[in-house]
Design a binder for this molecule. Structure first.
Ligand code: KG4
Ligand code: ZN
Length: 338
């Protein structure tokens, strides 16, 4: 490949507990290296200080491998895109400082990327890419949003959570059940063997396209306390049924709002993104709903659902094409604005 006539972007993601780097050439992903930090497993959640330190240890080998996997030299790069917000501030500082240093050394620009926008654009990584406009249900550990995407860089949030995120509902339920962090994938696995109708958890009535998950968390907590009083080994005996029933409730809340958004906007092209979009129960219910409602759905591969730098690199590519570069005095931000 003649890289001189191509646009070659390095993407760096370090917002939470994944250190990741990816190379995107002319809008196509050539590498996506992800180092997942195992250190948080026993703490029931991500410990910010430990995450920053692990990013410091991982970032050089991860970037190095991403360049090698893509068969690209640092001198071939045209820009470095990095996650600027939202996320853990110490974790973001590692990726942004690394991107700045590398850009100074190579004399190329940096491109700040908003992590949630990048999750939406993970749908543009693999063909067939959805046509615009589309709706994206973005569901991660910290966010739950329905986004109307007009073009790669023009997005509108139609609804979002007013309290906990969908991923938090999974992770907090897992913690109550004594399962390690992150709980979402484990609940997903256990739910596959359970009865989703065994226990019923109430769904909140929230206006418009907003979500709420704190009520689900509280009702699971009270339910478990009540049942454990009657039988100490209730959780062990019913683990897969509890997981299946909680998952059923969370998925139902998400998909009902998604349906409402399609009716409200008239848009039937649907994408999903973010860690929770890896959930098998959600993916299969979405497939069923798509068939019933004549939706055109796009579901990214698992590696592009959870945090990854490929989505940062591809967003960087679209920003590069519109000359949206960032000054070197940019500072990362824990909260994200669009
Ligand atoms: O997008 P992501 O990797 O990081 C954030 O930006 O937050 O999402 C992480 C979240 C965690 O809450 C994790 O438990 C959840 O995604 N998750 C899942 C599954 N895989 C990851 N939740 C349900 N089912 C899964 N298979
Ligand atoms: Zn994320």
């Amino acid at each position: 490949m003649n890289l001189r006539s191509s646009v070659c972007i390095l993407g760096i993601e370090s917002s939470c507990d994944e250190t990741s780097a990816s190379v995107c050439i002319d809008g196509k992903i050539y590498s996506n290296v992800i180092a997942t930090q195992q250190i948080h497993t026993d703490f029931g959640g991500v410990v910010p200080e430990l995450a920053s330190r692990a990013h410091m240890q991982n970032i050089v080998p991860v970037v190095d491998k991403a360049l090698k996997d893509a068969n690209v030299q640092p001198a071939d790069l045209h820009a470095i895109a990095f996650t600027q917000a939202p996320g853990l501030i110490g974790a973001l500082l590692v990726g942004s400082s690394f991107a700045k240093s590398m850009s100074i050394a190579l004399d190329i620009p940096i491109i700040a990327v908003q992590h949630m926008q990048a999750h939406v654009l993970s749908n543009l990584i693999e063909p067939p890419v959805p046509a615009f406009p589309f709706l994206c249900l973005t569901i991660s550990g910290g966010h739950t949003q329905i986004v109307l995407c007009h073009s790669p860089l023009h997005m509108e949030i139609l609804g979002e959570t007013i309290d906990d995120a969908a991923g938090e509902a999974f992770d907090k339920t897992a913690k109550m059940l004594g399962l390690p962090y992150p709980g979402g994938p484990l609940i997903d696995k256990l739910a596959a063997e359970g009865n989703p109708k065994k226990f019923v958890f109430p769904e909140p009535q929230i206006e418009g396209l907003n979500f709420s998950f704190s009520g689900v968390k509280t009702s699971v907590l009270y339910f478990l306390q009540r049942m454990k009083k009657e039988d100490e080994s209730f959780v062990e005996k019913n683990l897969s049924d509890i997981c299946a029933s909680v998952q059923f409730c969370i998925v139902s809340i998400l998909l009902k709002k998604l349906k409402k958004a399609t009716l409200q906007t008239g848009i039937k092209r649907i994408c999903i993104a973010g860690g929770v979009s890896a959930n098998k129960g959600l993916r299969s219910s979405l497939n069923n709903m798509a068939a019933e409602n004549n939706w055109d759905i796009h579901i990214p591969s698992f590696e592009y659902c959870t945090d990854n730098a490929a989505m940062i690199a591809i967003t960087g590519y679209y920003k590069f094409m519109e000359n949206k570069f960032t000054e070197l005095n940019i500072s990362p931000s824990a909260r994200g604005t669009w």
